[in-house]
Ligand binder design. Sequence first.
Ligand SMILES: Cc1cc2nc3c(=O)[nH]c(=O)nc-3n(C[C@H](O)[C@H](O)[C@H](O)COP(=O)(O)O)c2cc1C
Length: 208
Amino acid sequence: MSHLLHIDSSVGAESVSRQLSAYFAEEWRNNHPGGGYVYRDVSAQPIPHITHPVHQALVYPDSDHGQSAQEQELTAAITNELLEASVLVLGVPMHNLSVPSTLKSWLDRVVHPAHMVRPGKTGPLSGKKVVAILSRGGSYAPGTPREGHDFQQSYLKAIMEAIGLGEDLTFVTAEFTMASAAPQMAHLKPLAEASLANAYDTLGKLAQ
Ligand SMILES: Cc1cc2nc3c(=O)[nH]c(=O)nc-3n(C[C@H](O)[C@H](O)[C@H](O)COP(=O)(O)O)c2cc1C
């Protein structure tokens, strides 16, 4: 049975990435009646940073490292949610050129030796479809002043590939999201609207 894991990480009340990820999830669930669905909001319910015992337990799972039962249960829940998913949708705002630290805390629990794959090989997480929805206030497209400063997509691509989630990985980007709020970006509103419309269109197709 197909199973969707939906993760949001925006801090925003009127979040673009949340709107888009919710649209994808709704379309996917309509198209896959009976499919499983799990939602995790790493902003509303932050995952604690890993500690030495938590890290040791991830790297050497067969020994007791003195991590609390609560930490153990949290890592197990996060891991099982990912293992069970056939489709993963991530809502990812750009924060300071990269991903939110709350999402990084989630990654720190699932990126460890048991999940790592060597280039060209498969691992326990391989075979999943991943849709990463990126929102950013500006643009980092070729020819823009900040071209080359996008460490959000490049980081996610590299880390997803490291754990076998890079084979069927699609990035859907909504850019210039601050155009409606920032007066100095008002002239960019048409580009923001076109980017958002394109994101919805792409997500509708990906949710088939
Ligand atoms: C802490 C923080 C850092 C941000 N850093 C950047 C940035 O480096 N580049 C950028 O284009 N936008 C940046 N933004 C703007 C957000 O990427 C933008 O508002 C985006 O729409 C957030 O996603 P959301 O609408 O899903 O919350 C930042 C916003 C916050 C809250």
